[in-house]
Design a protein around this ligand. Structure first.
Ligand code: FES
Ligand code: FES
Length: 133
């Protein structure tokens, strides 16, 4: 069995799929390894991410990691959400097969891109989107 039960659960029943029409920040990132795309929407209340949704043209691992990542940042402070790494998301899912590690980077980068967009709208310097694939 290549995928953990948690990965299969989040793939079959992804949490927080969709769009937020009046989002405070929207981030879109693409995975140069496979061409897949992810868009993340956030609502911000004070310094807390009060709601988050995502859509992806991606594989099952990308869906599962985004689903888990949204669960991990919902209700969290922005500064804590920015500390979420793809490694931490993979650990929360009980791991991914090595060839699928690059898929988990999309979620981490999409969160940072959404926060960056939020900052930009508020006139704060946007974040550099960095990430290792
Ligand atoms: Fe696109 Fe994985 S290569 S779904
Ligand atoms: Fe493209 Fe997984 S293969 S994100």
């Amino acid at each position: 069995m290549a995928y953990s039960e948690k990965v299969m659960d989040h793939f079959a029943n992804p949490r927080n799929v969709g769009e937020i029409p009046d989002a405070d920040g929207v981030g879109e990132v693409g995975n140069p390894k496979c061409g897949d795309i992810m868009r993340m929407y956030i609502k911000v209340n004070g310094d807390v991410i009060s709601d988050v949704k995502f859509k992806t043209f991606g594989c099952g691992a990308a869906i599962a990691t985004s689903s888990m990542a949204t669960e991990l940042i919902k209700g969290k402070k922005i500064e804590d959400a920015l500390k979420l790494t793809n490694k931490a998301v993979m650990e929360a899912l009980d791991g991914l097969p090595p060839v699928k590690v690059h898929c988990s980077v999309l979620a981490e980068q999409a969160i940072k891109a959404a926060v960056s967009d939020y900052y930009k709208r508020k006139g704060i310097d946007p974040l550099p989107i960095v990430g290792e694939i």
